[in-house]
Design a protein around this ligand. Structure first.
Ligand SMILES: *Cc1c(COP(=O)(O)O)cnc(C)c1O
Ligand code: SF4
Length: 360
């Protein structure tokens, strides 16, 4: 982390959105601003919500929350394998705002702003004030026509950007339009709001979510157990109590959650909050994010370690989104290997090997 966090300052109740505000709030020094952070902020949007600012330990130069949100000079290094559109959204976008990669589900990206800007964001070239913007009413009509005309679309996933940044009124309108499409049975939201702006999960927003009349899933993005602070847990409780099913999404990030204790604590915090661990993503090849990536082997070892350590309820699936738009792949770890036709070697949770079927 290039910022120095050793000057405790009162937590501001206002969001931080500019490099100058990073300095004012003590997250970045004036020297770092001039030498690198201004240049980072020109490339990638900056945003830290009050709830996140309050979680950052300014005395810890390696704070895992700060690392996710405070811009870093390392973002100026672009690795050759990194891309503008790492998971190939644009190659599968038949109309503006829709990504249709798998037959039975589409992404609907109505907004491209977020209350925070994660430094490792896989859509960082598309989100933010200079990003793709909000869908116009005409584009929205086209997106809904696309969904309505395709009976194979069973699920609509609202993502962005941050779908819960929509006002309850606008969200309610979207939900009512989905209500009118019979073949859509599931509405899923991919969101960070319960963690980064928990007060936004209020009755008006929940009423808007329910207006679709569909089964609603909310996939919560959080990467460190400290993000599941009491106010975040209460926001999730309001959603779950209203009948929403919650699942988790995390990104495996170097310096944030790449150790067994932190990962185990994160997955347990989700389960305690009634959020079922769903995906653990290997970080995507977004520009300027190499400092967050570990190797797939390191990731597999960490995930294998969770199996013996914590409840089956706490196990996420380790996923790689294949660059170029080829979709997601489960990348292990594999507990079983074929030795010869019909004969396998299975690994137990302590690392011991066993023949299957057993030889005796
Ligand atoms: C990730 C993603 C989905 C959702 O995938 P699941 O495996 O169902 O969670 C759907 N469409 C696109 C384009 C995606 O990138
Ligand atoms: S909340 Fe999601 S879309 Fe927004 S910056 Fe973070 S990773 Fe990107």
């Amino acid at each position: 982390m290039s910022g120095q966090h050793n000057q405790p300052k009162p937590t501001s109740a206002r969001p931080i959105r500019t490099p100058a505000e990073l300095v004012e709030s003590g997250f970045v020094t004036a020297e770092d601003l001039a030498s690198s952070i201004d240049a980072v902020a020109e490339r990638h949007a900056v945003g830290i919500s009050p709830a996140i600012a309050a979680l950052i330990d300014r005395n810890d130069p390696k704070d895992p929350i700060a690392r996710q949100f405070v811009p870093d000079a390392a973002e100026l290094n672009v690795a050759p394998e990194e891309r503008e559109d790492p998971i190939g959204d644009l190659t599968h976008s038949p109309v503006e705002g829709i990504v249709h990669r798998y037959p039975d589900r589409v992404l609907l990206k109505a907004v491209h702003v977020c209350p925070v800007y994660c430094r490792f964001c896989f859509r960082r070239q598309m989100v933010g004030p200079q990003g793709l913007g909000t869908l116009s009413p005409e584009a929205m009509d086209e997106a809904f026509a696309y969904i309505a005309n395709r009976p194979e679309i069973w699920e609509v996933i609202l993502t962005g950007g941050e779908p819960l940044m929509l006002s309850p009124r606008r969200l309610g309108e979207i939900m009512q339009r989905l209500d009118a499409i019979d073949h859509v049975k599931i509405v899923r939201f991919h969101t960070r709001v319960p963690v980064v702006e928990p007060e936004r999960i209020n009755e008006a927003l929940i009423t808007a979510i329910e207006a679709s009349g569909k089964t609603a899933y909310v996939a919560l993005h959080a990467n460190h157990p400290r993000e599941l602070a009491p106010s975040a847990r209460e926001a999730c409780a309001r959603l779950v109590d209203s009948g929403v099913v919650m699942i988790s999404q995390s990104v495996l990030l170097k310096g944030v959650n790449d150790d067994p204790d932190t990962l185990a604590a994160l997955m347990r915090a989700f389960v305690e909050t009634r959020v079922k661990p769903y995906y653990l993503h290997h970080p995507d090849l977004a520009r300027g994010t190499r400092h967050f990536r570990l190797s797939i082997e390191e990731g597999r070892a960490l995930v294998a370690g969770l199996r013996g350590r914590i409840s089956g309820l706490c196990q996420p699936t380790y996923i790689l989104d294949i660059p170029g738009g080829h979709g997601k792949a489960v990348i292990g770890p594999d507990a079983i290997q074929q030795e010869e036709a019909g004969c396998y070697r299975v690994c137990d949770f302590k690392g011991g090997g066993h023949a299957y079927p057993p030889s005796d």
